[in-house]
Ligand binder design. Structure first.
Ligand code: TRP
Length: 343
């Protein structure tokens, strides 16, 4: 069975955009592949290194894993683990740092964007942030994962991983497989403000853990075709966030077609369309909320899942690292010194 590795930085609660873009896919993939899900808390340090950030990440990790479980990521099928508790990855990261030029890293638009979002000036880019994709390569290769489901923004990082692997294998022999990115074919879900993709920093999210009342309120104030606020005139369905959400979450296709037809004609009020959306979202979220509450009520269950997953990953990664050190000749040098020193 081929191995998959994917995951997230623990930034807090997950939302509908995460569900559409990655979580739903992971739930499917776990039946076909051996799956590892990384909680990338070391990557979080690249833009959030303060002690306060680190302490806050503990809560975020707990919430994020609750969201994973609520959506159907099954710890019996997917190994959920904590990156910072896998020391082998720190070491592989160092070896990988020798396989790539600074120029190659400096050209990556994803890093510039991360710096911009974190209000970091280009001149003050931390070394660790420039190394973000190298650490990501180490995550992937410490598990010898062949398939990496990621968003478009991470595609270049997988390309870089391939370059690192080619170089490493050329220098030391065929240790690693060449990984491939698995990109989601679904476009990013727009935020409730209709301005850009749903994201926590933009404050335009519907969270998987929002209760029914909160969802209703958020839909009520959602951006829709601005020409239709005061009157029932023909409206635009394409690019209208309300219909984007209905396309993604409304489970009654024939009713949706009818609704679109009436919207284009101008014979349905926004309020009616929004009511349909509120109900559809709450129908979709009800079982997720229920599952989340179930896991949240059992004290220590999230921690047990992360603990078991991390122990498993520690084993996998130690085996890879042993092979790496041996291929590089590093363990041989130490063995020789130890032998001589003891006699
Ligand atoms: N870079 C991913 C993000 O945007 C998180 C991540 C870290 C990751 N290591 C990974 C994803 C390895 C896939 C594989 O949050």
């Amino acid at each position: 069975m081929k191995r998959i590795l994917t995951g997230d930085r623990p930034t807090g609660l997950l939302h509908l955009g995460h569900y559409i873009g990655s979580l739903s896919n992971r739930v499917k993939l776990q039946d076909q592949y051996e799956c590892f899900v990384i909680i990338a808390d070391l990557h979080l340090l690249t833009t959030k290194p303060s002690k306060e950030d680190i302490l806050q990440a503990r809560t975020h990790i707990h919430e994020m894993v609750l969201d994973y479980l609520a959506c159907g990521i099954d710890p019996a099928k997917s190994t959920i683990y904590l990156q910072s508790a896998v020391p082998a990855v720190y070491e592989l990261n160092l070896f990988f740092e020798m396989m790539v030029s600074l120029n190659r890293l400096a050209g990556l638009p994803s890093l510039k964007e991360m710096a911009r979002n974190a209000h970091i000036e280009p001149e003050s880019m931390p070394f660790g942030l420039i190394g973000y994709p190298v650490l990501q390569s180490a995550d992937i290769m410490i598990a010898k994962a062949e398939i990496v489901p990621v968003g478009k923004d991470n595609e270049a990082h997988i390309e870089l991983t391939r370059d690192i692997v080619r170089r490493f294998n050329m220098l030391y022999g065929e240790v690693f497989p060449l990984p491939e990115a698995l990109l989601s074919s679904i476009p990013n879900l727009v935020g409730t403000d209709g301005k850009g993709k749903m994201s926590k920093s933009a404050g335009n999210c519907i969270f998987l853990s929002d209760d029914a009342k909160t969802v209703e309120k958020k839909v009520q104030t959602m951006y829709t075709d601005p020409h239709r606020i005061h009157a029932n005139v023909p409206g635009t369905v394409e690019g209208n966030p309300v219909f984007d959400y209905l396309n993604a979450f409304f489970d009654r296709p024939s009713e949706l077609d009818e609704l679109k037809r009436r919207y284009r004609e101008g014979t349905v009020a926004d309020i009616e369309v929004k009511t349909v959306l509120k109900e559809a979202l709450n129908r979709f979220l009800a079982p997720i909320r229920e599952k989340r509450a179930h896991f949240a009520a059992e004290k220590g269950v999230v921690e047990k899942i992360i603990y078991a997953g991390t122990l498993k990953m520690q084993e996998v990664s130690e085996a890879t690292l042993k092979e790496v050190r041996s291929a590089m000749g590093i363990s041989g040098t130490w063995n020789k010194i130890s032998r001589v020193a003891r006699t």
